[in-house]
Design a protein. Structure first.
Length: 105
């Protein structure tokens, strides 16, 4: 399989992980930082904006994982690339959101 398929799965995992905090905050009625806030990435966006941002991220993840290459959930390399991207972004989200929350207190 070409290397760019694994790169696509890696970024698909990143987009998938990024969608979760926005989706959870949005459907819970909570505000969260997003690229559309003022100032970007530091201010809070409304729940509706966060749900919309989550859906954009899920759409990107879907296309990167399902429509590039032949992703197989039973293939260790495919899942490893996707899980690596997911893990990296999940840890980054936890770190940056904790830092932003601490600065707001």
């Amino acid at each position: 399989m070409p290397w760019y398929n694994y790169l696509s799965y890696f970024f698909g995992g990143i987009f998938f992980a990024n969608s979760l905090p926005h989706l959870i905050a949005g459907v819970s009625g909570l505000s969260l930082q997003s690229p559309f806030a003022s100032p970007p990435f530091k201010g809070l966006s409304s729940p509706g904006v966060n749900v919309a941002w989550a859906l954009c991220n899920l759409t990107a993840a879907y296309f990167l994982i399902q429509h590039i290459g032949a992703f197989d959930i039973h293939h260790l390399a495919d899942m490893g690339a996707c899980f690596s991207g997911f893990s990296l972004m999940a840890l980054q989200c936890a770190r940056s959101l904790a830092r932003l929350r601490a600065a707001q207190v």
